[in-house]
Design a binder for this molecule. Structure first.
Ligand SMILES: [Zn+2]
Length: 77
C-alpha cells in the first residue's frame, strides 16, 4: 500500500461525506473528528460529521485496511 493508495482512500471517504445529504434537513455534512476502531478484526475509520445547516451528527464508517499495521501497534500501547 503506497501513500498514493492511502490518499485515494481518504479522498473517496471525503467524497462520500460530501455527497451524503443530512438525513434531517438535506444540508451538507462536514467532518469534525475521525478515529480508528477495530470491528471484527477489521480496522475502520470512524468519521464523526456534523450538518453545517442543522447541526445533526452522523458517524460514517469506512473500512481502512491500510491502517492495520499502525493500529496493531497502537493497541499494544
Ligand atoms: Zn441537517
Amino acid at each position: 500500500m503506497t501513500v498514493r493508495d492511502i490518499m485515494k482512500y481518504i479522498e473517496s471517504e471525503f467524497k462520500i461525506i460530501n455527497h451524503t445529504p443530512c438525513e434531517i434537513c438535506g444540508g451538507d455534512y462536514f467532518a469534525e473528528d475521525t478515529h480508528i476502531a477495530i470491528i471484527d478484526d477489521v480496522p475502520y475509520d470512524l468519521c464523526t460529521c456534523t450538518c453545517s445547516n442543522c447541526g445533526h451528527e452522523k458517524t460514517f464508517e469506512f473500512s481502512a485496511p491500510f491502517l492495520e499495521n499502525k493500529q496493531s501497534r497502537k493497541n499494544l500501547n
